[in-house]
Design a protein around this ligand. Sequence first.
Ligand code: ADP
Ligand code: MG
Length: 228
Amino acid sequence: MALIELAQISRHFSLGDSTVHALREISLTIDAGEYVAVSGPSGSGKSTLLNLLGLLDRADAGRYRLDGRDTTGLTPDEAAAMRSRHIGFVFQAFHHVPRLTAAENIAQPLVLAGIETSERKRRVARALADFGLADRAAHRPNQLSGGQRQRVAIARATVMQPQVLLADEPTGNLDRHTGQEVTQLLETLNAQGVTLIVVTHDPTMAERARRQIRMEDGAILSDNGAPA
Ligand code: ADP
Ligand code: MG
């Protein structure tokens, strides 16, 4: 079933009197459960595309249906609610709240969604255990290794059990070995049914995905696995 349907999506940015066409009439369908790698040169629109998919940004033109629902006319509050229910986001730079502990960072989406305290504690404890962080619950981000920080980020991104996990260069700040561990973790989540969309400039990471999309200059240059 189509989980994500983009039709003729465009996004431009105006800087002074010049205009950057970050996305040029992108059409794309992604089914539930897919594992998709998006690669392409720096500036080709990968992050812009991911931000749109994650409802962090909106298109200037075109239509985006998520789980059968048109997102075009959503108010910011509606978009936030839909994001909270459907989407987890992992960034290259982790995006933790520095003053919060690992457990508190993981709990954030549950707090925002109004999940009550006992259920919240239960889910955070399980996430800490699942991601090998049980003995790091009270540590702050600057007291964690890069791999541990990214595991906290993935735990936070998945604690609401999203259908879609969007990862923008998730291994970009990690050494090779730690990057492979994080990749395997993301792939395990995909094997459990989460739709995984990873932006990467690392060809070996891109090759692991069942479907590879290449972008250039705001457009899709190739796509080896569009659903039938
Ligand atoms: P990628 O992730 O593939 O490196 P981006 O999606 O970040 O590329 O950027 C695509 C193009 O849009 C680039 O030319 C970039 O400079 C421009 N761009 C992205 N975000 C903004 C913004 N907020 N304001 C102005 N230009 C932007
Ligand atoms: Mg980018």
